[in-house]
Every structure is written in structure tokens, then in C-alpha cells.
Design a protein around this ligand. Structure first.
Ligand SMILES: Cc1cc2nc3c(=O)[nH]c(=O)nc-3n(C[C@H](O)[C@H](O)[C@H](O)COP(=O)(O)O)c2cc1C
Length: 383
């Protein structure tokens, strides 16, 4: 099969047909209103992403409970009142003939507010979270369950559970962040328990006809963190439960800013090795891989060598929403690449500011700048 035809071949996922192998990996941008509702700029962004030609759009992490917000500008799904806004978002994406999933999340120790809860009281960004009680655990499981139900009611095609980036589901899985001595801590089998209970509760709620994907952390990229020796067995448990896909990633906020990670993440396809390793562990589960897949050539190689089934684009699609059309030869100009040394989008969201891309034209960047307090001119000028 030719380079383009494999990338643009159809793919079936739990009863859904993807028109090609390109997906938008979730990317939190800080465009939501401070009350967790959708804003015009957020709808406009997703409309553009859906119009890109990608088959499946996974909406950035949205919060299942106010205790788990990543930032004040995170979308929320902790109450039925959010359903109409989310329905508009689902409709916007589907209106462009893309499939729509939403990633649901609890940030645990990485929540933005000063009082946080986590599996264990481990200092995080200068704050010690309180250890979650049994009631907290039950409350969060119910929150994921209700969040998934609302996602389904809003008309999305599926839901993704955020088991990446070091958020709550990973905090329980990892022996670095889970020091509990009850049935949720200790050996791997106990550390898997909370994320698996979340998966079971969500699947029970939405039923077998509604796809549940999983953002999957294959490796924390820290010497004392999770590695495939523990994450591959966890993937097998997810496969047994029939998750729709694993969207494989590596690294957490504890590793994202260390020099080795920053170095690796400049390379094209820097997380593909992990995707391939997890794919070997769970051959029946579709695998999405992301991580600077800047060129059609890299995407083709990944699919051809069966390292993954689907390609995930986050910053890459943000930098060039015409990537799929350029790859398909519908638009004839070079792909605008995400600058490997930049990280402006990430730096901005880490500062609580709405993200934009250094590759965008000035007027487009200024439009986003106007949304919030800004003193980033210097930072941008230094790029
Ligand atoms: C600003 C920013 C926000 C992100 N937000 C999320 C998110 O909400 N959920 C998630 O699973 N991954 C998130 N990611 C990770 C991306 O989905 C993706 O795995 C990573 O950026 C590598 O793909 P890329 O090189 O195409 O960006 C984010 C990444 C960036 C840079």
C-alpha cells in the first residue's frame, strides 16, 4: 500500500468507522470559561481541528469533580448543567464529519488549587496533598461514572479516561506516588485496583455499545517510576475489560521538564517505541501513538511497521491544522512544523494562560492573547 493510502485507509473501533488513521490527541489549551463551560474560542478551535480531516478528535481533559481541576480554565462535567454546552461541542465536531471523544480526568496531586487530595501525601509543587480516604475513593469513582454518562448524553461518540500525564489514575498505579498500606497500595495488583475500578464503573454505566478509550502511561520516564514491566500487565487487564483503544504516552509533570526528557521529546516519533512495546503486550487492542509525528513519512513508517494502528497529533495539528490535507495531497504546500525547541503552548498553559502556537500568524496569536492577562511578549520574542 502506498504511503498515503495506508494513512488514509479506514479503521474500525468498537462499531465506529474512522475515515482514516489520523486522530487529534487531547491537548488542554485553557480556552474554557472560568465556570467550566465552553467558550466561543474553544468551539472555534475544535471546529477547526475537526475540519482538518482527522478522523477522530479527542477533546482535552475535562474535570469529573471540582477537586480535580487542572486549571481554572478547564472544562467540567461534574453536573448535568454542563450537558447542553458539551452537546454543542460534540455537534460542532460531528458537523465537520469527525468522530468526537472526550477525555475525562481527575488531576489528584496536580490539581491547581492549594488543597488537593492524592493516594499519598507526597509534596507536589510546594503543597502536600491529603491522603484520600475510602470515601474519597468511592466519590471519585462515582464522579468518573457520572461524567462518562454525561459525555454519552451530550452525544459524543466515546469517552477516554485520562490515565496519562501523572494524573490521579496514574498516581494510584505508580509506586512512586502511591505509598498506601490499604488494599489500594503495595503490590502492583493493589495499585491497579483504583484505575480498574474506575474503568469497570464507567463501562457499567455507559454500556458495551459506547466506546471507552484509555490514555495510557507506558513509562514515567524516571528511574524510580513506572516502566513497561508494570504497565504492560496493566494494559493486559485493560484489554480483558475491552477498552476501545490505548492511547500510549510517556512522561509526567515530574519528568516533562528534566533535560533528558526535553532532549528526547525533540525527536520525531519519540514515544513510538513505547506504543510498539504495549502493542506487543495487547495485540487485540487498537493502539494510538503520538509524539512529534511531523511528517507523512514518519506516520507511514509507524503504521507500516505495525508499531501502532492510529496516529495521534497534538501540537503537530495545532501548529498546522492542514496537516492531514497536506499529507493527502489535497493542499499543496509544505507542512508547518511544530518547532522542536519551542514549547510555548505548554509554557503558557503551565502559567494559566490560554495557549497559542509560535508558528501562527501574529493576528491569530493576538486574538488568543486578548483572552487573558498577558505578559508573555518577552518570552515569545525570545523564541
Ligand atoms: C499544551 C499541551 C496540553 C496537553 N494536554 C493534554 C491533555 O489534556 N490530555 C492528554 O492526555 N495529553 C495532553 N497533552 C499531550 C498530548 O496529547 C501529546 O501526547 C503530546 O503533546 C505529544 O504529541 P505532539 O508532539 O503531537 O504534541 C498535552 C500536550 C501539550 C503540549
Amino acid at each position: 500500500m502506498s504511503e498515503a493510502s495506508l494513512l488514509f485507509s479506514r479503521f474500525h473501533l468498537k462499531g465506529l468507522e474512522l475515515k482514516n488513521r489520523i486522530t487529534m490527541a487531547p491537548m488542554f489549551l485553557g480556552y474554557a470559561n472560568a465556570d467550566g463551560t465552553t467558550s466561543p474560542v474553544l468551539l472555534e478551535h475544535y471546529q477547526k481541528m475537526a475540519a482538518s480531516g482527522a478522523a477522530l478528535i479527542v477533546v482535552e481533559n475535562i474535570s469529573v469533580d471540582p477537586t480535580g481541576l487542572v486549571s481554572p480554565f478547564t472544562l467540567s462535567v461534574h453536573d448535568d448543567r454542563f450537558i447542553p454546552g458539551l452537546a454543542e461541542l460534540a455537534g460542532t465536531i460531528k458537523g465537520e464529519r469527525a468522530l468526537s471523544f472526550v477525555q475525562i480526568n481527575h488531576a489528584g496531586r496536580y490539581a491547581f488549587m492549594p488543597e488537593k487530595m492524592a493516594p499519598s501525601p507526597i509534596e507536589t509543587w510546594g503543597v502536600v496533598p491529603r491522603e484520600m480516604t475510602g470515601e474519597d475513593v468511592d466519590m471519585v469513582i462515582r464522579a468518573f461514572q457520572a461524567g462518562a454518562r454525561r459525555v454519552k448524553e451530550a452525544g459524543f461518540d466515546g469517552v477516554e479516561l485520562h490515565g496519562g500525564t501523572g494524573y490521579l489514575l496514574v498516581q494510584f498505579l505508580s509506586g512512586r506516588t502511591n505509598l498506601r498500606t490499604d488494599g489500594y497500595g503495595g503490590p502492583l495488583i493493589n495499585r491497579m485496583r483504583f484505575p480498574l475500578e474506575v474503568v469497570d464503573a464507567v463501562m457499567d454505566e455507559v454500556g458495551s455499545d459506547f466506546p471507552v478509550g484509555y490514555r495510557f502511561l507506558a513509562d514515567e520516564w524516571l528511574p524510580d517510576g513506572l516502566h513497561p514491566d508494570e504497565t504492560a500487565p496493566f494494559a493486559r487487564e485493560l484489554e480483558k475489560r475491552g477498552v476501545a483503544y490505548l492511547s500510549v504516552m510517556a512522561g509526567t509533570y515530574d519528568s516533562f521538564f528534566i533535560p533528558e526528557y526535553l532532549d528526547k521529546e525533540r525527536d520525531e516519533g519519540y514515544m513510538v517505541g513505547f506504543a510498539a512495546e504495549i502493542k506487543r503486550a495487547v495485540p487485540k487492542t487498537p493502539i494510538i501513538t503520538a509524539g512529534r509525528i511531523q511528517s507523512t513519512e514518519t506516520a507511514r513508517m509507524i503504521l507500516e511497521q505495525e508499531h501502532a494502528d492510529l496516529i495521534g497529533l497534538a501540537r503537530v495539528l495545532f501548529a498546522d491544522p492542514e496537516w492531514p490535507k497536506k499529507a493527502q495531497g489535497i493542499v499543496h504546500s509544505p507542512i508547518v512544523v511544530c518547532e522542536p525547541t519551542c514549547s510555548l503552548c505548554m509554557k503558557r498553559v503551565m502559567k494559566g494562560r490560554p495557549a497559542f502556537c509560535s508558528q501562527w500568524p501574529k493576528e491569530q496569536r493576538d486574538k488568543i492573547r486578548l483572552l487573558g492577562p498577558d505578559d508573555d511578549e518577552e518570552e515569545e520574542a525570545g523564541l
